[in-house]
Design a protein around this ligand. Structure first.
Ligand code: PLP
Length: 439
């Protein structure tokens, strides 16, 4: 069905994370996609600088995924998620487990990153209770962390505008972020700041480990503007968690499934968490889906404490957990991941991406450049009192020049599709450079 955007009534749709009033004055419609480009309502081809929202790494409109979803819709559109199973969910759980670091092999399906986070936090708290330590309930996140928008996620999340309107949240603490001025313009992981992980020791001293369930971090912070962890930081966090019997949760919703140039951020950084969260890239963005992957011992604890076999061991789940269509999309997406070695493609081109983004270091307004794998961000000098305005203006100038780029806070963010070639990557940064110079 083709709809003329000129005839659209813009009144009823309340857009998420959007300046709704501004959009109505300046609507930007995406009506199609092809490979690594969107097509807008005027028929222009617009380079996709963020794989949608970090989710379409294999490029848009992949026929393999479209066919798998269509076939699934014809053969089994829906099956109840509770008490009954369908084969694709088991196939996908096995497939995903095979991609995980050693030991992470039990998979719980959700429908988004936010649900994945809240599920992981519930698993962590319930795990300690099932082990006879109900006091271990406190959750620790990190400043500048983004863990979605549900109540668990905003409690451990560290982005103030996403928390401040919503009243009291779950009891939680936050480690300091690792965005240090001495690390500005670092390529990849910065040198300074590993010792910031030791703040966890301070929190243990304050609360006692007998009251702490889990620490959750993104391997690199994505939504706050691509903040790679200082060298050694994640290793230190892991060691402290081990010392005090605290679960370590990696929120890999952006870092997982290729973005770092490895199957997961855990592989890339050489640190294995107890629980890992995935979403976005799992279906290449085609159908909403997320997954929490846990160490077998965590799962076994629930099974051991579950009572008679017919009883539910973990009273949690969604009507659409492991939805057949989502499973079909994910299986097809992970086949592409394998066949086209998407993680290796990222690893091979990450150096080129790094050179391109750091080529903007001396452009007007650029105060910092950060990158890792196929992820990068610029921090832009703020208008006095208006940190978010400059990125918005530059992003609009990019859109006019044929590039979709994400702007958030005082940053512009980049996350090309894993399949993007070097000419298109160079084009992204040529357009941004031009927009900055013309601003
Ligand atoms: N966790 C992380 C690390 C994310 O980057 C995001 C989304 O960007 C989420 C959770 C939330 O995902 P969703 O928007 O699918 O709920």
């Amino acid at each position: 069905m083709t709809v003329s955007v000129d005839d659209l009534n813009l009144d009823n749709y309340w857009m998420p994370f959007t300046g709704n009033r501004e959009f109505r004055h300046n609507p930007r419609f995406i009506t199609g996609a092809e490979g690594v480009r969107f097509i807008d309502a005027q028929g222009r081809k617009v380079l996709d600088g963020l794989s949608g929202l970090w989710c379409c790494g294999a490029g848009h409109n992949r026929p393999e995924i479209a066919e798998a979803v269509a076939e699934q819709a014809r053969s089994l559109d829906y099956a109840p998620a509770f008490q009954f199973g369908h084969p694709q969910a088991f196939l996908l759980a096995s497939r995903l487990s095979a991609m995980m670091p050693e030991g992470l092999n039990r998979v719980f399906f959700t429908n988004s990153g936010s649900e994945t986070v809240d599920t992981a936090l519930k698993i962590a708290r319930a795990y300690w209770r099932q082990r006879g330590q109900p006091g271990k309930s406190r959750l620790i996140g990190r400043a500048k962390g983004y863990h979605g928008v549900n109540f668990g996620g905003i409690s451990v999340g560290g982005i103030a505008p996403n928390r401040k309107l919503f009243g009291s949240t779950l009891e939680s603490d936050h480690l300091a972020h690792t965005l240090l001025s001495e690390n500005r313009f670092s390529r990849g992981q910065p040198e300074h700041g590993a010792e910031l992980a030791d703040e966890l020791e301070e929190l243990v001293a304050l609360h006692d480990a007998s009251n702490i369930a889990a620490v959750i971090v993104e391997p690199f912070a994505g939504s706050a503007g691509v903040i790679p962890p200082p060298k050694g930081y994640l290793q230190r966090l892991r060691a402290i968690c081990d010392r005090h019997d605290i679960l370590l949760i990696f929120d890999e919703v952006i870092t997982g499934l290729g973005r770092c140039g490895a199957p997961t951020g855990a592989h890339h950084f050489g640190v294995v968490p107890d629980i890992a969260n995935f979403a976005k890239q799992l279906t290449n963005g085609v159908i909403p889906m997320g997954a929490v992957v846990v160490r077998q011992e965590i799962y076994d604890t629930f099974m051991a404490q579950g009572g008679p076999d017919y009883m539910v061991e973990f009273p949690h789940g969604y009507t659409y957990s492991g939805h057949p269509m989502a499973c079909a999309a994910a299986l097809a997406a992970l086949k592409i991941f394998d066949d086209e070695k998407l993680d290796e493609q990222v690893a091979a081109k990450a150096g080129f991406f790094e050179d391109c983004i750091h080529g903007l270091a001396n452009h007007p307004y650029v105060q910092d450049v950060r990158n890792l794998g196929f992820a990068g961000a610029l921090t832009l000098e703020a208008y006095p009192g208006e940190p978010a305005r400059r990125p918005y203006e530059i992003a609009m100038a990019c859109w006019e020049r044929g590039l979709y780029v994400r702007y958030s806070g005082d940053t512009l963010q980049f996350g090309p599709a894993f399949v993007m070639d070097t000419a298109d990557i160079a084009e992204i940064f040529n357009i941004v450079g031009d927009a900055l110079k013309s601003a």
